[in-house]
Design a protein around this ligand. Structure first.
Ligand code: 5RP
Length: 240
């Protein structure tokens, strides 16, 4: 795809994804491969380096990323077979200055959190529009077991009230007639919160609800972010 065909945001995503490889990857590394369009730019660049002789192995965070990695020639491994990963690169829907994130816009948050937690370091790859002062404008996704999901949804509503987030809209992604199913066969419930005053507390509280398998708040995972810009540059930033 030529530079001219990409939107400014996609040029920024590509810049972040490509820069990450040159900034962090060393021969022999075991890498977690994130999901979403920004991560997919990273996977494409990694494929180019592998074709040039770089020796790495990747663990994908979704079936979509696994398919792309295979297409571009990145060798893959099962997380169960490789032990701790050196590094995971993954995108975000929002990230604040403390590197807390909302993830799961692409419905891959469960595998993404498992892979990030299995890594010594996680690096967030974002375009400049994803960096926010306060998390919450992007709906917070929760991966929920299909069994009894309406009961789980009620408990999510109660938890939000306890967290000072009363009256917020909660929706089943895809709708009841045709709900979106994740790679693990679960549903996604999106919480339209507007702003999240205490993301650390909310991440823990939501995961205490039976039926909630994981939520899209990643509060203590990223060690740094690589921010891409539409002019094709990218900058690495640590926590504020
Ligand atoms: C998928 C994710 C993605 O990383 C997130 O949605 C960002 O995607 P993109 O890079 O396409 O903007 O969490 O579950």
């Amino acid at each position: 795809m030529s530079q001219r065909e990409l939107s400014p945001q996609d040029r920024a995503k590509r810049a972040a994804g490509a820069a990450a490889i040159d900034l962090y990857v060393e021969p022999g590394m075991k890498l977690g491969l994130g999901s979403g369009t920004t991560s997919h730019w990273m996977v494409r660049t990694l494929g180019e380096r592998v074709r040039d002789g770089l020796d790495v192995v990747g663990v994908p965070t979704s079936t979509g990323t696994a398919a792309l990695a295979r297409e571009v020639g990145v060798p893959l491994a099962d997380l169960n077979d490789v032990g701790e990963l050196d590094l995971t690169f993954d995108g975000a829907d929002e990230i604040d200055r403390q590197l807390r994130m909302i993830k799961g816009g692409g419905a891959c948050l469960l595998w993404e959190k498992i892979v990030a937690a299995a890594s010594r370091r996680m690096i967030a790859l974002v375009d400049d529009q994803k960096v926010v002062e306060t998390l919450g404008a992007f709906p917070l996704p929760l991966e929920v077991l299909r069994f009894g999901w309406k009961s789980t949804e009620r408990l999510i509503g109660r938890c939000l009230v306890e967290q000072g987030l009363a009256g917020r809209r909660i929706t089943l992604r895809g709708g009841e007639a045709d709900p979106l199913l994740t790679d693990s066969g679960n549903v996604i419930i999106d919480c339209h919160l507007g702003a999240i005053p205490d993301p650390d507390a909310l991440e823990i509280a939501l995961n205490r609800i039976p039926g909630v398998i994981e939520n899209g708040l990643f509060c203590s995972m990223a060690a740094a972010m690589v921010v891409g810009y539409p002019d094709g540059t990218a900058k690495e930033t640590g926590p504020a």
